[in-house]
Unconditional design. Structure first.
Length: 443
């Protein structure tokens, strides 16, 4: 399968943050502009109304500066709520002084709800809407029911302030619409990409599922002929060979279906791990031992270096799956060259390394191969769904560990899994682990 193009740059969460960042970034100079304008005219005209307006805008400007810092630290909800409540305070104070801005003051409180709405959880949003409603009632009460409480600035200045406020709102609105359009475009691109990935995946998956079926069918036909004694070359050895081959194809099919099931479990958050204190050395030894016939068929020598028992809390069945994936990849892409598996402790962690000397991986693909459906080889030369390393990473990360790959084309590949060692890695703990050579308990 050819690798799908990368997911667009922004996640939904990042777009929300971008939107808030844009709003705060544009609102701050607007607020500072009005602060300066009000302050200058308050002094020049000795206007109480503009002194009050300056105070109201000052509260908002300071809160905006603080919100910007909060947003930069990733506290989007707090930042949005702070700037939203500061807006309400400004409107409530402004209603007492700048009577001529009545229409703007009523709209501002409602605009605050739109600002806060994408970031706040339901109870916080409900509280905010309640406060905004209260402030609107306050503005209407102060401005409509009472005469202006302080003398208003000259009408020419009032018109200028209103015109500037309208200009600032239109500018801000256009900017926010640009961010929304970007968000829409990206969602569309993501949806299109998801459909393309699904279509490609369906064709690859059906091909992969069908591949083992052809030899399976042929082997069963041959077996049937031999058992019916219609074949002159029939012998128990040949029949056994057919059965073994058929079993391998069935195993391949089971593995493919298991991978598909695991991916849907991961997607639904239902991949359950049942951690136990496991002796990793013993588990590795068993898996390597189980892979020996396959390695012999691929012509690769399989070496294990696990000089000391190391204990870790892992789900033995799932961790065996991790090792299975890494070893079967090393065999598949290892070009028949030796494969080395190593277990060693490092600063309170256990490092498991699987190294091969095969085709290697281009450095640009080293990170993406751990993602769903991602492959670094052509589907024509190597079969596979691009799911093994994705499942592997999910299992390792859910066990508190990590996995990295290092490689270069033609130079082989090294996969390193690190896991936290179980506390008190004492010798008596070793007896709790499955004995070497026995099957780990399947949970
Ligand atoms: P699959 O092997 O089914 O494609 P994986 O998720 O196991 O899926 O691996 C993803 C990709 O990583 C592979 O398609 C291959 O390009 C690359 N890869 C994995 N292991 C190795 C390896 N040992 N050597 C070279 N390439 C590898």
């Amino acid at each position: 399968m050819t690798s799908p193009s990368r997911i667009p740059e922004f996640s939904e969460e990042e777009l929300k943050r971008l939107r808030l960042g844009q709003f705060l970034q544009f609102m701050l100079p607007i607020a500072v502009g009005f602060l300066v304008l009000y302050a200058v005219f308050a002094v020049v005209l000795r206007s109480v109304s503009l002194v009050g307006g300056t105070g109201a805008v000052l509260v908002y400007t300071l809160a905006l500066a603080r919100s910007r810092r909060l947003a930069a630290q990733g506290h989007s909800e707090r930042a949005a709520l702070l700037s939203g409540y500061a807006l309400l305070v400004m409107v409530a104070l402004g209603a007492i002084f700048v009577h001529f801005l009545f229409a703007a003051l009523v709209v501002m409180a409602i605009a605050g709800v739109v600002l806060v709405q994408p970031y706040a959880e339901r109870p916080a949003l409900a509280r905010y809407m309640f406060a905004a409603f209260g402030v609107v009632a306050w503005v209407v009460g102060v401005d409509v029911l009472l005469p202006p409480l302080v003398e208003q600035p000259p009408p020419a200045l009032q018109r200028w302030v209103i015109a500037l406020a309208e200009l600032a709102s239109v500018g801000l609105m256009l900017r926010m619409m640009w961010v929304d359009a970007l968000r829409l475009r990206q969602s569309l691109a993501r949806a299109e990409q998801a459909v393309a990935i699904r279509d490609e995946f369906l064709s690859v998956a059906s091909h992969e599922l069908k591949t083992p079926l052809t030899p399976l069918k042929l082997k069963l036909q041959a077996l049937r002929r031999e058992l019916a004694a219609t074949s002159p070359s029939a012998s128990p050895e040949r029949s056994l060979g057919h059965i073994e081959m058929a079993q391998r194809q069935v195993k391949k099919l089971v593995e493919l279906v298991d991978d598909l099931l695991d991916v849907s479990r991961i997607g639904a958050g239902r991949l359950e791990l049942h951690p136990e204190k496991v002796n990793l050395a013993a588990l590795l030894q068993e898996v390597v031992w189980r892979f020996e016939p396959e390695a012999a068929r691929a012509g690769s020598a399989l070496e294990l270096e696990a000089p000391q028992p190391l204990m870790a809390w892992v789900d033995p069945f799932r961790f065996e799956q991790v090792l299975d994936n890494l070893l079967s990849n090393a065999l598949k892409y290892g070009a028949g060259k030796p494969i080395r598996v190593r277990l060693e402790p490092l600063e309170g962690r256990a490092l498991v390394t699987v190294r091969d000397e095969g085709i290697g991986i281009p450095s640009a693909a080293l990170e993406r191969i751990f993602h769903r459906f991602e492959r670094a080889v052509s589907g024509r030369h190597y079969g596979g769904l691009g799911l093994g390393l994705y499942i592997t990473r999910k299992i390792v990360e859910s066990s508190g560990g990590g996995i990295v790959a290092s490689s270069a084309p033609g130079q082989g590949a090294t996969f390193t899994v690190d896991l936290p060692l179980a506390e008190a890695d004492a010798p008596e703990a070793i007896s709790e682990s499955p004995p070497t050579g026995s099957r780990p308990r399947l949970s």
